[in-house]
Design a protein around this ligand. Structure first.
Ligand SMILES: Cc1cc2nc3c(=O)[nH]c(=O)nc-3n(C[C@H](O)[C@H](O)[C@H](O)COP(=O)(O)OP(=O)(O)OC[C@H]3O[C@@H](n4cnc5c(N)ncnc54)[C@H](O)[C@@H]3O)c2cc1C
Length: 392
């Protein structure tokens, strides 16, 4: 690409690429620590082309894997801190039902993470949440901390506080090139910027950005159908606005899991998605041929008929979003193995939103050479063999 014509030049303490929820929180923590920080975003904000848009995300204490369960109390605390700083509410407590075959390892992991978890059998579940049905051999646990994070509002809030702390956010400015060095150079469509540290949080575009830096990360962008399902009787107690969030794990008919949130975006429409999608290039995500088969929607329809008969079994609204999955569905939070002043936060595998305040803190700490507040060992780049290319 040609060099930018109207060049802007500046030097910062830190540059962050990608103003989704992870990059925005990383920039916020840097600004909290009085580092002059530049946050770059390729699209004009707000936008719906990445992974952080929309009104709602689930948060919860229940986590099948321990490293995440250990970070959740910190995350709840940091979300509350942002609510205070931004003067707005970002979370609605609804509680969360996690259901699956009794003894399922993921369900058991969730139960363990909750400490003294309340186990609900079919009778108790039916009394408490009429509309959500358990079947023989299945069990459910109740996470009273579960609820909805208001995603768009949260993204705006963290960016507003970042700016208020003196941070610079430039949107509509795509990063074209990163030149490593003790002082890195970042070239965008309109400027050239320098800093001694760089954080890359570019979502589904991360693979393309780090490839010229000699890294071949096993990141798979997936197109997710975000489906909203109409209540047969508007205002029903458990499927509608007043119902809990839920997750279904370990079901043979839905091997990647299903999750749902009470009606929020659209009156009377419950949000429910399959926790998997189709491999996609993020630049081509809308090119699915019309009428292409949607196995995820079929899985969801069949789940509704069997577990939530109060909903119509065909989606009333379908939107799209992107996951960026790693092979083990664990995050990547690490330094570049060769250029230690380049930090990468990627591969959030469809469960990164709730943890973004902690992810941002860890990325900030790594970039400043501080001891991370939580172990980042499970999130090392080098757990994947062959990521470092020989050329650089
Ligand atoms: C349908 C759906 C439901 C989900 N539900 C939940 C949930 O209930 N709970 C939960 O915890 N998580 C959930 N997630 C996951 C969560 O939303 C993601 O993990 C999170 O939003 C990822 O944020 P990100 O900042 O990594 O990516 P993004 O939000 O995609 O941000 C990356 C940004 O980088 C920018 N960028 C890329 N390349 C460049 C470049 N060259 N120059 C400048 N900018 C660039 C992009 O434009 C983008 O804005 C869900 C995700 C989806 C899609």
């Amino acid at each position: 690409m040609a060099a930018p014509s109207q060049s802007r030049q500046a030097t910062y303490d830190a540059i962050v690429i990608g103003a989704g929820i992870q990059g925005s929180f990383a920039a916020y923590h840097l600004a909290q620590r009085h580092r002059e920080t530049l946050l770059l975003e390729q699209f004009i904000l707000p936008h719906s082309r990445g992974s952080s848009h929309g009104q709602s995300r689930i948060t919860r204490t229940a986590y099948p894997r321990e490293p995440y369960a250990r970070m959740m109390p910190d995350s709840f605390h940091l979300w509350q801190q942002l609510e205070v700083e931004a003067g707005t509410s970002l979370y609605r407590r609804t509680g969360l039902v996690v259901l699956g075959p009794a003894g399922d390892p993921e369900l058991e992991g969730c139960r363990r993470s909750l400490g003294a978890a309340e186990v609900l059998d079919a009778t108790v579940l039916a009394q408490r949440f009429p509309g959500l049905q358990l079947h023989a051999g299945e069990a459910a646990v109740w996470d009273g901390t579960g609820g909805v994070l208001f995603a768009d509002r949260a993204l705006r809030a963290v960016q507003d506080v970042f700016r208020r702390l003196g941070g610079t956010l430039r949107d509509g400015e795509k990063v074209l090139r990163v030149e490593p060095g003790a002082v890195l150079t970042v070239t965008t469509t309109t400027g050239v910027y320098r800093a001694p540290r760089l954080i890359i949080t570019a979502g589904a575009w991360t693979g393309a950005l780090v490839a010229p830096l000699g890294l071949c990360l096993p990141l798979q962008p997936l197109r997710i159908d975000v489906c909203y399902w109409r209540e047969k009787e508007p205002g029903s107690p458990s499927a509608g606005r007043a119902g809990p969030c839920f997750m279904a794990l370990g079901l043979s008919q839905a091997p990647h899991g299903i999750y749902g949130l009470p009606a929020l975006e659209y009156p009377g429409l419950v949000k429910m998605c399959y926790h998997h999608g189709s491999p996609v290039d993020p630049e081509e995500r809308d090119r699915a041929p019309p009428g292409a088969p949607r196995p995820d929607v079929a899985i969801l329809s069949s789940f509704i008929s069997s577990y939530l008969p109060g909903l119509e079994p065909w989606p009333a609204v379908v939107e799209t979003c992107l996951y960026t999955n790693t092979p083990d569905e664990d995050f990547i939070l690490d330094r570049h193995p060769k250029f230690s002043n380049i930090i990468i936060g990627a591969g959030f595998s469809g469960h990164g939103f709730k943890l973004a305040p902690v992810v941002g803190k860890l990325l900030c700490e790594l970039s400043l050479g501080e001891e991370p507040s939580h172990s980042t060992a499970p999130f090392a780049v080098t757990r994947f063999p062959g990521v470092l290319q020989a050329a650089l």
